[in-house]
Design a protein around this ligand. Structure first.
Ligand code: NAP
Length: 324
């Protein structure tokens, strides 16, 4: 089968399309024919061995995907050939990731893909929506009626956060850096949208709360925004740091009078039990239509390098996926 193989860490050019041996599902494994693979910023950090991540080489990248069950191994119940599925990772096996024509999974990685969603939308679920859920529900403990600011609303995690926050009954503010991104954010359910490149946008957000501040901020670029976020919080406000690409100086005094909290969040810290609970919630939202992933760009599998360049560029518009 065709797969993208990384044999050394480095720039996008280390993503090479190769022929690798076909796999067959072993005990407790499910073989999925991949129709779309999701591209995440973390795939870039792993490929380039940045942000403290050093992969074992060689490897096939990709945590997100969607497709059709091709075969099930002995001892697998509840899944059969032909089922439409989205994936949350793949089995620990050599050269096994979603940037490929097939991937081996365990039942914990396989979730039903409703008929109303395309394979590309299915490939846009796992990292983005699980991150949104863990940030908004598990870390921030957001409650209906609270105001949330999705600081970076136009990308994969941002759109997921907007849809989820709306479904939970929050008042949703979001930002985007382009006209197209701001239109998308409103289309996906944000009550108000702001331009995070405009010089005065923080004052505009604060004014939109009547000066009270927001209860929760989901932060996609903390190294740029964390200090500013603290000044936007209402009393007992919480900032969840989801994305961060450098160091930042903050005025910690800003947290004191507000009883405010800065909360870190890494999806990798979710336990197997957390993942079962999170995907039960996401699968309900995907089935009833509250959650509907947005795919902004599709690339052929052979163009994985171009997709890795695109995912780091400004002007996000939902998710980027690869089509094997
Ligand atoms: P993405 O699709 O590339 O989206 C990036 C978002 O950041 C876009 O909405 C972009 O808006 C926005 N942005 C750019 N400049 C900004 C600024 N100055 N202030 C606020 N937002 C700004 O990436 P993603 O998949 O949504 O991931 C977002 C971040 O979260 C990445 O850094 C990723 O590594 C991280 N992440 C972390 C976890 C975790 O477990 N902690 C999980 C998933 C993702 P415009 O393009 O419209 O300017």
């Amino acid at each position: 089968m065709k797969a993208i193989v990384v044999r050394e860490t480095g720039g996008p050019e280390v993503l090479v399309l190769e022929d690798i041996p076909d796999t067959i599902p072993g005990e407790g494994q499910i073989l999925v024919r991949i129709h779309a693979a999701g591209v995440n910023p973390v795939d870039v950090y792993i490929r380039s061995a940045s942000q403290g991540r050093t992969p074992a080489l060689p490897y096939v990248p990709g945590l997100d995907g969607a497709g059709v069950v091709e075969a099930v191994g002995p001892g697998v119940a509840g899944w059969s050939a032909g089922d439409r599925v989205y994936l949350s990772g793949t089995a620990a096996a050599p050269l096994n990731g979603t940037y490929a024509e097939r991937a081996l999974c365990t039942p914990a990685h396989v979730h039903p893909l409703p008929a109303r969603l395309s394979f590309s939308q299915g490939a846009a679920v796992n990292v983005a929506y699980a991150t949104a859920y863990r940030s908004i529900v598990d870390r921030a403990g957001a409650r209906p009626g609270e105001t949330i600011l999705v600081h970076g609303g136009s990308g994969g995690v941002g759109i997921a956060s907007i849809q989820l926050a709306r479904a939970l009954g929050l008042r949703v503010f979001a930002t985007a850096g382009t006209e197209r991104g701001r239109a998308l954010v409103i289309e996906q359910g944000a009550h108000r949208v702001f331009d995070h490149r405009a010089p005065d946008y923080l004052a505009v957000i604060l004014a939109a709360t009547g000066g009270r501040g927001v209860d929760v901020i989901i932060e996609m670029l903390a190294n740029v925004n964390l200090d500013k976020d603290l000044g936007l919080l209402a009393r007992s406000g919480r900032v969840v740091v989801v994305g961060n690409r450098g160091r930042v100086e903050i005025d910690a005094r800003q947290t004191m009078g507000r009883d405010a909290a800065i909360l870190g969040m890494t999806l990798m810290n979710a336990t197997p039990e957390d993942r079962v609970r999170i995907h039960a919630a996401l699968d309900a939202g995907l089935a009833n239509g509250n959650l509907s992933p947005v795919v902004g760009r599709e690339f052929a599998l052979a163009e994985a390098a171009a997709a890795h360049v695109a995912v780091m560029e400004p002007g996000a518009y939902g998710k980027i996926v690869l089509r094997p």
